[in-house]
Design a protein around this ligand. Structure first.
Ligand code: GLN
Length: 510
């Protein structure tokens, strides 16, 4: 057994620093609020916010995409501000409070309050999510063999939150009203903050997560200390983001920006700048760095496609479940959002054991093969939904088993890609570009939501009374799922075909 360096006074639980379990429960409750609310979001927009519009599906898809893109893009800003000024603890508190307020504002039934609430969650998540993940890493010394299993435990926390929240918030929303569902999400977030705070009180984090230096916090800009200025800017940013979110209508009907809104154009711009900067860095790099950087770009690209299909679960797939899946006596459409996390909990340990077992036999597949297979699994999962129409009842409802099988396959795909991709990015990026490459990795989830929005708009169903479903909508969805399946399977096959080449470019990185 390898020697493990413990900080002398640090309490251990199950062989891990006790701080891990405070972060585990804090993140569990934060994800509880995030996914509890996400399960209700699309249905709430369709049934309440945009109920009066014939094109309510289109508007919902556009806002959902903008929300998702901004929620992940804000983590790049939140990570940077924390590194340079606030430190992880302050950032987590600031983010958590903003998110909790956001969830409670959602309980007000008013369009402007709705957009403001989403914006508070966007800004709050930007401060909370990247910092709590980085915090986990700081609990272990460099090279500590427990780090990977620490992250696996943490990932379980994420998914326990993602599993129970849609079940509870979905139940409350259906039985007592939307606002009880959103309210419970807010209570979840507060619980997360209390857990984090109690960890600090019990001193389980030592001196980790404090601001990088107190001087920076006290440095004044416009006569206000930076440590005070940042929360003020964060609060002011929320109504501005709300304006962006509420401009969900297309800015042109034809030409280059046809069907695009301001947020879409903003992300096109960010994409161009990021790619141009990457091209410049690749031009400057040595040949070996250039090859690895190229693989890092490929990994991010394929991860974006994967999340682009995967994140449909909160939008198009929720609508499909509501309109065309026979859920009678099983669960509500919002509750189906729990299935992905349920399968992740069941499969994470067996799959990581499989990699260890294959490693021992020296046949653990290299990263590109895992990515190719992940995309294949995602494609097959959508194919299952595509063919479900053949078993539809006369009123256009398909058996629940199809949805269940789909989530099972999609979760296998996720476990082949997501945990593997993140650690490879850190191995492939040259040290001087590490922070930038990590930012690009977070942006891959942000760009994925642009794909989600595009697909959502294609599969939007217009109706004058909101009474949609049955055979009318079934083929729209199954045809759409068929196309997604073909794209994903196609991408998977291309990755597998090129894997021997990608493997060479990766050099010594497994
Ligand atoms: N389900 C994971 C989480 O919530 C990853 C989601 C993503 O990056 N798109 O942390």
């Amino acid at each position: 057994m390898s020697e493990i360096t413990k900080q002398p006074h640090e309490k251990q639980i199950l062989g891990h620093p006790s701080g891990l379990f405070y972060l585990f429960f804090a993140e569990l409750w934060e994800r509880f609020s995030f996914y509890g609310m996400r399960a209700l979001l699309t249905l709430y927009m369709i049934d309440v916010i945009f109920a009066a519009l014939a094109e309510r599906d289109y508007a919902t898809a556009a806002v959902y995409a903008s929300y998702g893109s901004l929620v992940y893009a804000s983590t790049v800003v939140g990570g940077k501000v924390s590194d340079q000024i606030l430190g992880m603890r302050n950032s987590i508190f600031l983010g958590g409070i903003l998110m909790a307020v956001g969830h409670f504002v959602l309980a007000i039934e008013n369009n402007m309050a709705f957009f403001l609430a989403l914006s508070l969650i966007i800004v709050g998540n930007g401060f909370f999510k990247p910092n709590i993940s980085t915090f986990v890493g700081t609990l272990y010394e460099k090279g500590d063999p427990r780090k990977d299993s620490g992250f696996t435990i943490f990932y379980m926390g994420i998914n326990i939150g993602g599993w129970i929240a849609p079940l509870l918030c979905g139940w409350l929303a259906a039985k007592y009203g939307w606002h009880y569902g959103f309210g419970l999400a807010g209570i979840g977030m507060l619980t997360g903050l209390i857990v984090f705070w109690s960890g600090i009180k019990k001193n389980v984090f030592g001196d980790r997560g404090l601001p990088p230096n107190e001087e920076v916090m006290h440095k004044k800009i416009l006569g206000i200390k930076q440590g005070t200025l940042i929360p003020i800017i964060a609060v002011i940013a929320a109504p501005l983001i709300a304006l962006l979110l509420s401009s969900y209508k297309a800015i042109a009907t034809d030409g280059m920006f046809a069907d695009q809104n301001i947020v879409n154009v903003l992300f096109t711009g960010i994409g161009v700048v990021v790619l141009a900067y990457l091209a410049y860095e690749m031009y400057r790099a040595t040949l070996d760095e250039r090859k690895k950087l190229f693989v890092a770009v490929l990994i991010t690209f394929f991860m974006t496609i994967f999340w682009g299909f995967h994140e449909l679960s909160g939008s198009v797939i929720t609508l499909f479940a509501a309109r065309n899946v026979d859920l009678d006596g099983i669960m509500t459409a919002a509750q189906t959002n729990s299935l992905n996390s349920m399968f992740i909990i069941l499969l994470a340990i067996p799959i990581s054991m499989m990699w260890t077992w294959l490693s021992k036999k020296k046949s653990n597949p290299r990263t590109p093969y895992k990515f190719g297979l992940g995309l294949l699994f995602a494609g097959i999962s959508f194919y299952v939904l595509a063919i479900s129409g053949a078993s539809a009842s006369a009123n256009g409802l398909v058996p629940f088993a199809y949805l269940l099988l789909m989530y099972f396959l999609l979760s296998v795909g996720e476990l082949f890609m997501s945990p593997v991709g993140l650690s490879k990015m850190t191995d492939l990026a040259p040290v001087r570009l590490m922070a930038f490459v990590m930012g690009v990795w977070f942006l891959s989830s942000a760009f994925a939501f642009q794909i989600v929005g595009f697909i959502g708009k294609q599969l939007a169903i217009e109706s004058t009374d909101g009474n949609v479903g049955g055979l009318d909508t079934l083929t729209t969805y199954t045809d759409g799922f068929h196309l997604i399946a073909m794209y994903s399977i196609g991408a998977g096959v291309i990755v597998l075909l090129f894997s021997p080449l990608i493997k060479k470019l990766m050099g010594n990185v497994h």
